[in-house]
Design a protein around this ligand. Structure first.
Ligand code: NDP
Length: 392
């Protein structure tokens, strides 16, 4: 049905490539392109011969992406490079009139601040080009937005509070490593916390608010309040919402290392002078840390990501928990990647699949919760991300 161009051959790109191949009836031609061709070659070799074509592209250069889209005849682009490339890749899609999917909202490399503003501003251009952009089709953002839409559709007349709860209880055996791009991950978790209540954003010191939460199939884990991007769109689209917060678990070892690295300046995003060379500390740290794409083979344990939603149904108070548990080793068996990459890459493929099959389709720029959640929830079950609903 469609030719898909996947941009980015990291941990998530690997999962998207494998999953598109598993859905070859929808994705009749699959092209994997990234900055470093050897990373595409490694993934290509894991898949049946001829299943995936590869290409080298620098996604910072819109003209190069436009040329590649034209050369391969892409109908849809899945951006699983970095958030820095969101705008250039969206522009390439507008210029060539093809659909766009990503998993993380735009962030400027020189400012650790992510927001949808600049991507939402491209709505008119996408409408004019007659194509669609689906923003944040990973797990969180992504599946968590769909969980909220599903709660709204099937369980509530009015939603009052949402807590998004993200636990990775995986163990890779390293003292310190991040499960997705270290630079993006560390920028996110070392920033100030923020949540939304009664129409205003409330800022907290990093990791200042925390609580224990009992994650099904994992157990009790201390969970820390962070700002996370799906809240920006959910406050716009969930009616009656009074409060939304996001919590993530971290091991003591992770927090201790992060604090020490921060204290010595290793998380800095401003260049420093070192022996006549200018280096960005966090970029150098990325070079030292294990590549997340290599963690798959050694990670054991589970992830559990879900939403606790509270509100009113038929005049009565109600609280439900929708969550998804993934097992790192089972994910590795399926696509040679650990669960954090898996739970991001599978929803990215599902978002693209629903668009190609015109089950989720409209012209313009959209967030996940703006579409009917049912087909996405069904695809999650079919594609390796079974979920549960529990009344609390
Ligand atoms: P990785 O760092 O493992 O992979 C990123 C890939 O993008 C690498 O292959 C990299 O190439 C490539 N890339 C970077 N810059 C460019 C460029 N200018 N042109 C072409 N290719 C480029 O990251 P992950 O796979 O872990 O994450 C991918 C995305 O998924 C990120 O945006 C991340 O924020 C997002 N994510 C979303 C989640 C969600 O639930 N929504 C959860 C986890 C991640 P090279 O090897 O040359 O550097």
């Amino acid at each position: 049905m469609a030719t898909v161009l996947i941009v980015g051959a990291g941990g998530v790109g690997r999962v998207v490539a494998h999953k598109c191949v598993q859905n070859a009836r929808t994705f009749v031609k699959i092209v994997l392109a990234s900055r470093t061709l050897s990373k595409c070659e490694t993934i290509q070799k894991e898949l049946p011969q001829g299943a995936v074509e590869i290409a080298c592209v620098n996604a910072d250069h819109t003209e190069d992406v436009i040329a590649l889209i034209k050369k391969v005849g892409a109908d849809i682009l899945i951006n699983v490079a970095l958030p820095y490339q969101d705008l250039t890749l969206m522009d390439a899609c507008i210029a060539t009139g093809i659909d766009y999917v990503d998993t993380a909202n735009y962030e400027h490399p020189n400012e650790a601040k992510f927001e949808y503003k600049m991507q939402w501003a491209k709505d008119t251009a996408f409408k004019k080009a007659g194509v669609m952009a689906l923003l944040g089709s990973g797990f969180d953002p992504g599946a968590t937005n769909v969980f909220c839409a599903y709660a709204q559709k099937h369980y509530f007349d009015e939603i009052h509070t949402i807590d998004i709860l993200d636990c990775n209880a995986g163990d890779h055996g390293y003292a310190f490593a991040t499960n997705f791009n270290p630079e993006i991950n560390l920028r996110e978790v070392s920033s100030k916390g923020r949540y939304w209540e009664d129409g205003t954003w409330i800022e907290t010191e990093p990791m200042a608010i925390h609580m224990p939460w009992d994650y099904p199939e994992i157990g009790i884990k201390e969970s820390y309040l962070l700002y996370h991007e799906e809240m920006e769109s959910l406050v716009q689209h969930i009616e009656g919402l009074r409060r939304i917060r996001f919590f993530m678990t971290f091991s003591e070892s992770y927090l201790m290392h992060m604090k020490a690295l921060e204290n010595v300046g290793m998380l800095g995003i401003e260049p420093v002078e070192h022996r006549g060379q200018r280096i960005v500390p966090i970029e150098f740290l990325k070079t030292l840390l294990p590549d997340p794409a290599t963690l798959g083979a050694r990670t054991k344990g589970k992830t559990n990501i879900g939403v606790v939603v509270q509100g009113i149904k038929n005049g009565k108070q109600r609280k439900i928990y929708i969550y998804q548990v993934s097992d790192h080793e089972a994910c590795f068996r399926d696509v040679k990647a650990q669960a954090v990459s898996y739970t991001t890459g599978v929803p990215a493929m599902i978002g693209a699949k629903l668009m190609v099959e015109k089950r989720w389709y409209d012209k313009g720029v959209f967030n996940m919760e703006q579409f009917d959640p049912d087909p996405f929830m069904q695809e999650m079950r079919d594609q390796g991300l079974p979920w549960n609903v529990r009344e609390l």
